[in-house]
Write a protein that binds this ligand. Structure first.
Ligand code: FES
Ligand SMILES: [Fe+2]
Length: 453
C-alpha cells in the first residue's frame, strides 16, 4: 500500500465513522467534524491545545509510572506518627514531651547479642563509605574496590577524625581524610602512613564481623566478644533473582527493642490493634469509627520457638482474611509464616492469590530506646508491582498502629498475666528472647551513669 492509498484509506475510515456517529447517535455531521478538528488540534504543535495536552499527558504519565511501577519508599521518623495529637502542639513537640515524661520501666539490657542490619546493600556502592551509628557504636561501613563490604570503628586512632566522613576508599583500605593514614577493612590494621616508614602495631581500628546477604549489610554484636555462632539464612529466591524488590518502609520507634518481637507472640493484640480495616488509618483513637465498620481483618495466629540447633529462631504462623460486610473476601486470604531469626531479623514469607513473596524486617537499636525498623518486600514475577505496593502499604499501616502503643508504653518486667494460653505465650517468648542477653550486655542504668543519657 503506497502512501497515497494509505491516506485515502484513513480518510475513508474517518468519513465512515463520522457518518456512523451521525446515524447511530444522531449527532449532526457538522458537530462530529468540530470534535474531530478539536482532537486534531491536540496534535498540531502550533496550537496551544497541543502544549496543554502534552503537559497533562506528562503529569499523568509521571505519577502513573510512579504509582504502578516504581518501588514504594515510605519513611516515618520519630514524631511523624505514633503519638496522640492534641490540636495545640505539633507532633514533633508532642513526641519530645512524651519522651521526657514517659516511664521507661525496668527494661532488659538495651543491646542484645546477634546479627543486626546496618543498611541496605544498594546504599553503599563500590568505593563508597557511610557513617552509621547503631548499638552504641559509631561505625564506618565501606565497600572496597573489589566490592567487598567492611565495618570498622569510625574514629581514627591518630587524632580522632571520622574515617567515613570525607575518607576515601583505596583498594581494600579506608583512608583517613585528616592525614591520610590507611586502614585495612578486613582486620582494621593501618597499612600506610604517608610521612612515616614504621607503622606501630597499635595503629589499628576495630574491625567488626560483618556479612552481606538478602540485600542487607549485617553486623555481629556480642557483649562478651564471642564470634558468630549462627548466621541469617540466605533467601535463594532473592539471590537468584526469582523474587524482585518492590519497596521499603522505614520507621523510627521510641521503645525497647524487645517490645517489637514480643508483638509476634502477643496473639490477643491482633484483635484490638489490627482488626479495623486499613482504611481506618493508623490513629488508635479514630480507627474504631463506625464509618469503617463495613470491613475488617480477621486473624488467627500461633507462635513456637525452634529447637536446637535453631534455638535462635522462632516462628509465628498467621492466617489472615479480609471481611466485607461480614463476608470473607477469599482472594485476599493469606497465610503468613514469620520467622524471627535472632533478636532483630524477621523473614515474613507469604502466599496469596498473586504468588509468593517475603517481607524482610530489620530492627536495629540506634540508641537504647530508639529503634530503626526497615521492611523490604520481594515478590515473585506474578505479583503486579502496584499489588505488592498496596500490600506493603497495608502492612505499614498495621505497624504504625503498633508504634502508637510502643512509643507510649512502659516496659513491665513482671506483667500481670492471667491464667490463659494467650498470656503464657508472651511469658514463653520472654524466656526465649532472654537467650540474646548475657552478663555484660549493656543496661540503661549503665548508660545513665556514664553517658549522661
Ligand atoms: S586523624 Fe586520621 S590520619 Fe590523622
Ligand atoms: Fe502488632
Amino acid at each position: 500500500m503506497n502512501i497515497f492509498s494509505a491516506i485515502l484509506f484513513l480518510f475513508f475510515i474517518v468519513a465512515m465513522s463520522a457518518s456512523v456517529i451521525d446515524k447511530l447517535l444522531e449527532i449532526p455531521l457538522v458537530e462530529v467534524g468540530e470534535t474531530w478538528n478539536c482532537l486534531l488540534s491536540l496534535l498540531d504543535h502550533t496550537s496551544l491545545n497541543f502544549y496543554i495536552f502534552l503537559g497533562i499527558f506528562g503529569i499523568i504519565g509521571f505519577y502513573g509510572k510512579k504509582l504502578l511501577f516504581d518501588p514504594l519508599d515510605r519513611v516515618r521518623l520519630l514524631g511523624d506518627i505514633g503519638y496522640q495529637a492534641d490540636g495545640k502542639w505539633d507532633m514533633k513537640e508532642i513526641a519530645n514531651s512524651v519522651r521526657k515524661r514517659r516511664l521507661v520501666g525496668e527494661i532488659p539490657p538495651v543491646y542484645p547479642n546477634g546479627w543486626f542490619g546496618l543498611t541496605e546493600s544498594f546504599r553503599i556502592k563500590k568505593g563508597e563509605s557511610k557513617n552509621i551509628s547503631a548499638l552504641g557504636l559509631n561505625l564506618a561501613v565501606f565497600r572496597d574496590e573489589k566490592g567487598e563490604v567492611h565495618v570498622v570503628d569510625a574514629y581514627c586512632p591518630h587524632l580522632g577524625a571520622n574515617l567515613s566522613v570525607g575518607g576515601r576508599v583505596v583498594g581494600d583500605c579506608l583512608e583517613c581524610p585528616f592525614h591520610g593514614w590507611r586502614f585495612r577493612g578486613q582486620d582494621g590494621k593501618c597499612t600506610y602512613i604517608p610521612y612515616a616508614d614504621n607503622i606501630p602495631d597499635m595503629a589499628k581500628v576495630k574491625s567488626w564481623p560483618s556479612m552481606e546477604i538478602n540485600g542487607w549489610i549485617y553486623l555481629w554484636h556480642h557483649a562478651e566478644g564471642i564470634d558468630p555462632n549462627w548466621t541469617p539464612p540466605e533467601l535463594e529466591e532473592i539471590t537468584n533473582g526469582n523474587w524482585t524488590y518492590r519497596g521499603r518502609t522505614e520507621h523510627i520507634l521510641n521503645c525497647h527493642i524487645e517490645e517489637v518481637p514480643e508483638n509476634g507472640a502477643d496473639v490477643v493484640h491482633l484483635r484490638h490493634v489490627h482488626e479495623p480495616s486499613i482504611a481506618a488509618g493508623v490513629d488508635l483513637t479514630k480507627m474504631w469509627n463506625i464509618l469503617w465498620s463495613f470491613s475488617h481483618h480477621a486473624w488467627s495466629a500461633s507462635w513456637e520457638p525452634h529447637t536446637a540447633p535453631e534455638e535462635h529462631i522462632s516462628t509465628l504462623s498467621i492466617s489472615h482474611s479480609m471481611k466485607l460486610f461480614g463476608k470473607s473476601l477469599t482472594p485476599l486470604d493469606m497465610n503468613v509464616s514469620a520467622r524471627q531469626i535472632g533478636p532483630g531479623i524477621v523473614y515474613l514469607e507469604f502466599v496469596s492469590l498473586f504468588g509468593k513473596g517475603v517481607f524482610i524486617h530489620n530492627l536495629t537499636p540506634i540508641e537504647p530506646m530508639v529503634q530503626r525498623l526497615v521492611h523490604n518486600i520481594y515478590v515473585s514475577w506474578t505479583y503486579p508491582t502496584f499489588v505488592a505496593k498496596f500490600f506493603m502499604l497495608g502492612e505499614a499501616i498495621h505497624v504504625e498502629r503498633d508504634i502508637m502503643i510502643w512509643n507510649n508504653k512502659k516496659y513491665i518486667d513482671k506483667p500481670l498475666f492471667v491464667k490463659s494460653k494467650e498470656d503464657s505465650v508472651i511469658a514463653r517468648h520472654r524466656r526465649w528472647y532472654s537467650q540474646f542477653y548475657s552478663e555484660n550486655s549493656p543496661r540503661l542504668k549503665f548508660q545513665k551513669e556514664t553517658l549522661d543519657w
